[in-house]
Design a protein around this ligand. Structure first.
Ligand SMILES: [Zn+2]
Length: 297
């Protein structure tokens, strides 16, 4: 049996019957906080190598994130959560980590924040600076990237990709003013829909096994609420709150149109299914986490 330490709650556990994706990548599940993470063989292709960031922000994705529908939908989401901390921040400035095409930074700016981003992809930095005229630094957030502190640090769909989530949370904390807010979005391992897929695979003894559609190698960490709360509390945060969030309809449709060349009928079906999902809280698969900086991480 192999031994593991849970990256979220620090629980020591061992696992023998591991579910694997891509033949050699294991999905390890913590029996204490119920978070999952991927266990890679030696020298894994982590998706974090040089040049990989530009691969994600390619031309098709540029088209997706330039479409009015997608920009509108994402702006609405970002504004909804930025509004929850607006007026309660110790400083009016906001840093978005992994700012991609800049929609989040632009949304924060629309709410009156003095917002800027940091993003490793050169093409995404160029695209977002040109499209929105926003300030974006190219690179990864280190412990001393910025000299000044921020009132809010946000990061959407990033923490599940990083090599070390603990270091990532520490670096967010170091860039926050005391009493400042962290806002994160990530898949919710405890979401009903994910539990359903896991249960279905188990009770059908693998006949109805759709787990490989839920875990992919680019996402190394799948936090439960308990898991990410413990990670944040251990690194200087308090008052951790959670909100359910589903998939983005317009983004999903354009992705299917441009990457898979889906037919009109299929797009109509996708729209119908995702509209239903959006209005059924039990079908949401992501969580937004908001927490307050209490002490240095
Ligand atoms: Zn755990």
């Amino acid at each position: 049996m192999k031994k593991y330490v849970c990256i979220a709650c620090k629980n020591n556990f061992s696992e023998n019957s591991m579910f694997t994706i891509n033949q050699n990548i294991g999905v390890v599940h913590c029996n204490k906080c119920q978070s999952s993470f991927l266990s890679f063989p030696e020298n894994p292709d982590t998706g974090l190598e040089e040049g990989k960031f530009d691969e994600y922000w390619d031309e098709v994705n540029q088209k997706i994130y330039s479409s009015d529908g997608v920009v509108r939908e994402l702006t609405e989401k970002y504004k909804k959560y930025f509004s929850k901390v607006k007026g309660r921040e110790p400083r009016n400035n906001l840093l978005d980590v992994g700012s991609g095409f800049g929609i989040s930074v632009n949304s924060a700016r629309k709410l009156g924040f003095e917002a800027e981003g940091i993003e490793p992809s050169k093409s995404a930095v160029e695209f977002s600076s040109k499209k929105f005229g926003i300030k974006v630094t190219q690179g990864l957030l280190e412990n001393d990237t910025f000299k000044s502190l921020f009132g809010v640090v946000s990061s959407w769909d990033v923490i599940e990709h990083v090599l070390d989530p603990e270091e990532f949370v520490k670096n967010c904390n170091r860039h926050l003013e005391m009493g400042g807010w962290i806002i994160l979005e990530t898949p919710d391992e405890g979401a009903f829909i994910r539990k359903l897929v896991i249960t279905l695979a188990k009770i059908s003894k693998g006949i109805l096994d759709y787990r490989s559609k839920m875990y992919y190698k680019e996402h190394r960490f799948y936090f439960s609420r308990d898991g990410i709360r413990m990670l944040l509390e251990r690194n200087g945060f308090k008052n951790v709150r959670f909100f359910k969030e589903g998939s983005m309809i317009e983004k999903e449709i354009l992705k299917n149109k441009l990457y898979s060349h889906a037919s009109g009928l299929r797009l109509f079906m996708i729209r119908t299914v995702f509209t239903i999902i959006k209005h059924v809280p039990a079908a949401s698969n992501k969580m937004i986490i908001i927490a307050e900086k209490d002490h240095e991480g």
